[in-house]
Design a protein around this ligand. Structure first.
Ligand code: ZN
Length: 253
């Protein structure tokens, strides 16, 4: 089967399913499923809903799926055998070997109480996660995000702050005391400093949210990869706040 025929088949299946899944116009990703930002948001909201209501599914985590994902693209998994002969299916599997198609990028704090896969009830292959104390970004994490946007065609980035964040609290206290945090911890204080200064009279949660906003803004204005995609509406960057008390994620404007 030619590439065009495969792309056509995949497109037809997408239309027949009435799904919102689109396919890349970039020839490098010609037959790669792209999950639009709105669809990715719904998946995260639904997953957090399952988590807070205690009805978690732990999707994509069974041993069969683990083995399957290790050698195939999960997003395209259901399309492997549609109308294909065994030989065509084998060829398709070979094409998808070692690929991954996560539907969202999550930039979250390293805090052990806020693992994105758990609070959004997602499994293997679903989320591309960057975790640093205080959910700040440096060049390496920005490079990771750019990779996921550019090579894996992810169309939603969520910066996830959380209630009573220890990193933000430490930054607030260190700056208030005009002190310096030990060793490399000071680099986190410096990254969070603008949010601390913008919320001098606010409480810790105000600073947590201001810090999320700063990181969202930094990502939206990052050139040359992210900004043009944000400006065209192809890529969405959103802030969110996780409540330790309730387990719920609130998306911030
Ligand atoms: Zn934290």
């Amino acid at each position: 089967m030619t590439k065009t025929r495969i792309a056509l088949l995949v497109l037809t299946v997408g239309v027949l399913n009435g799904s919102q899944v689109a396919y890349a116009s970039d020839p490098a990703h010609a037959d790669q499923a792209i999950v639009p930002p709105a669809e990715a948001m719904s998946r995260l909201k639904e997953g957090n809903g399952r988590y807070t209501s205690g009805k978690v599914q732990h999707p994509h985590e069974s041993s069969e799926e683990r083995a399957y994902i290790a050698t195939n693209s999960y997003e395209n998994a259901g399309m492997l055998f549609l109308g294909m002969t065994a030989a065509e299916a084998a060829k398709r599997r070979a094409e998808l070997t070692k690929s991954q198609h996560p539907f969202a990028i999550i930039v979250s704090c390293s805090d052990s109480r806020v693992p994105p896969e758990i609070v959004f009830d997602q499994g293997l292959g679903d989320l591309f996660v960057i975790r640093v104390a205080g959910n700040v970004i440096d060049d390496q994490s920005l490079g990771s995000i750019e990779y996921a946007v550019d090579h894996l065609a992810v169309r939603l980035i969520v910066v996830l702050g959380h209630q009573r964040c220890g990193a933000v609290k430490a930054a607030k206290e260190t700056i208030a005391a005009k002190g310096k945090a030990p060793a490399h911890i000071q680099s986190l204080v410096m990254a969070i400093q603008p949010a601390v200064e913008a919320t001098v009279n606010g409480d810790l949660e105000a600073t947590v949210k201001a810090n999320v906003k700063d990181v969202v803004q930094a990502l939206r204005s990052s050139t040359p990869i992210l900004k043009p995609k944000v400006d065209s509406g192809e890529l969405k960057v959103l802030g969110a706040y996780y409540s330790l008390d309730t387990g719920s994620v609130t998306f911030l404007d």
